[in-house]
Design a protein around this ligand. Structure first.
Ligand SMILES: Cc1cc2nc3c(=O)[nH]c(=O)nc-3n(C[C@H](O)[C@H](O)[C@H](O)COP(=O)(O)OP(=O)(O)OC[C@H]3O[C@@H](n4cnc5c(N)ncnc54)[C@H](O)[C@@H]3O)c2cc1C
Length: 406
């Protein structure tokens, strides 16, 4: 079995691994990036075909490169994000080796031992850049024997892959609402199971939501407010970008239902808090408008008025008188898409540094084990951490830490 020695091993060649390579390279720190599949694999095979970036191209990018096919206010399609990351890896001369999976990582003395199918890589430092969204979660609600096709949003690509019939999309974050909308536009009957969520305005008074997050200091928030950890966010860059509005989704023909609770004898039941969840999303939306208005007033900015944005229509009938049960066969539902998020899976790291929820113990990505770093995780240093531009700054910090180790 071969043994290769490197100073710093970066595991994963998504945006995090590539940004890490850039910053290590700038500091003259020798390193190797290994990727089990291809550069930007998740953007290639674990997202749906029509996905576009959630943020406009002026924002969702690295500082040193523009999206040349998407104008600054456009939303880059996933395929262009792949091209962008591949080109960027070339631009920064990232030493990426694809097709190499690290199957286990341990530490012997001062040295990390990373195992691959072809041998061992020994490293003084290791950066785990394997993504914020690693293992799709499908709650064990509907048994496989139900005969209903069940997939996670990570495996949804387009409407044609689903069996004929109605679809229940469970989860109304950015993935769930966009997939539900795409299926409805493809002529499917769609049910959408809606839990607590935020749904900020896409644009307000001439500025995109991501601009407002910057102006209001929210990208730099270091931790989620206690109690809001599980609130998903529904934003969309689809069709030029728009505010996610559950009234519009209902008016378009999607039947909204509350959070999915249990399954028995072909019948799914939903909790009765759909209206409360929509109202919670409305409060988030209106709160953002108010915060933006206050900012404009405080800074004396001459931004156009947009009073109509404050007027929300009445609650949709499916929310005021919600379905509490759904007989799947009677409703013609043949598939369920679980847009229910992801868990971390660091089971390949054989070190005692993980919380029960799978998160590594770390400070800004610096773990308790000297020489081991994490990059790209949600809330690694702040809200921006898992996003394309945020991870670049976290990588800069970690490269500084690694260089300082000597
Ligand atoms: C549906 C969806 C839409 C999103 N849209 C946006 C957006 O518009 N803008 C934005 O900024 N962010 C977006 N994100 C968030 C985030 O930017 C992406 O999740 C992004 O892919 C994270 O990049 P990463 O490099 O941290 O991790 P990943 O892209 O997950 O890359 C990790 C890489 O590590 C590899 N790997 C994993 N384990 C191993 C191993 N053991 N050995 C070797 N290689 C390994 C994987 O193959 C993968 O290529 C979105 C996320 C989702 C789920």
């Amino acid at each position: 079995m071969s043994v290769e020695k490197v100073e710093t091993l970066v595991i994963g060649a998504g945006q995090a691994g590539i940004a890490m390579s850039e910053h290590l390279g700038k500091r003259g720190a020798p390193h190797l990036v290994v990727e089990r599949q291809r550069i930007a694999e998740r953007w290639r095979s674990e997202r749906w075909d029509s996905l576009v970036a959630n943020g406009p191209a002026w924002h969702d990018r690295f500082p040193n490169k523009l999206f040349d096919k998407t104008g600054p206010d456009g939303f880059a399609p996933a395929s262009q994000i792949v091209d962008y990351l591949v080109d960027y890896a070339e631009q920064v001369k990232a030493p990426v080796r694809t097709g190499v999976e690290i199957t286990s990582l341990r530490k012997e003395g001062e040295v990390f031992i990373a195992e691959t199918a072809d041998g061992v890589i020994e490293a003084k430092n290791v950066v785990a850049a394997t993504g914020p969204f690693q293992k799709p979660i499908i709650p064990p609600v509907v048994p496989q024997e139900s005969g209903i096709s069940q997939i996670h949003s990570a495996n949804y690509h387009n409407p044609a892959q689903l069996p004929e019939g109605a679809v229940l999309v469970i989860g109304a974050g950015s993935s769930g609402v966009q997939i539900a909308d795409e299926l409805r536009r493809a002529g499917r009957k769609v049910y959408l199971s809606v839990g607590p969520h935020d749904r900020p305005p896409r644009r307000y008074r001439g500025k995109d939501f991501v601009w407002w997050l910057g102006a209001l200091g929210q990208w730099n928030i270091e931790a989620l407010q206690p109690g809001l950890e599980h609130v998903t966010i529904a934003v969309s860059g689809a069709r030029g970008g728009h505010t996610v509005d559950f009234r519009e989704l209902a008016a378009s023909g999607i039947t909204l239902v509350g959070p999915t609770q249990k399954y028995q004898d072909g019948v799914l039941s939903f909790s009765g808090d759909l209206e409360k969840n929509i109202a919670g999303g409305d409060a988030n939306y209106l709160g953002m408008l108010q915060a933006a208005d206050a900012y404009i007033a405080k800074e004396g900015l001459d931004f156009p008025e947009e009073r109509e944005a404050h007027h929300l229509g009445p609650m949709p009938a499916c929310a005021t008188d919600p379905l509490l049960t759904l007989d799947l066969a009677k409703a013609g539902v043949t598939s369920i898409i679980w847009a229910t998020g992801y868990a971390l899976d660091f089971s390949w790291i054989k070190l005692d540094i993980f919380e029960p929820n799978g998160r590594p113990r770390h400070k800004r990505g610096v773990s308790e084990v000297p020489g081991l770093y994490f990059l790209g995780l949600a809330w690694l240093s702040r809200r921006a951490s898992p996003f394309i531009w945020g991870v670049w700054h976290d990588a800069d910090y970690l490269a500084g830490q690694i260089a300082a180790r000597g």
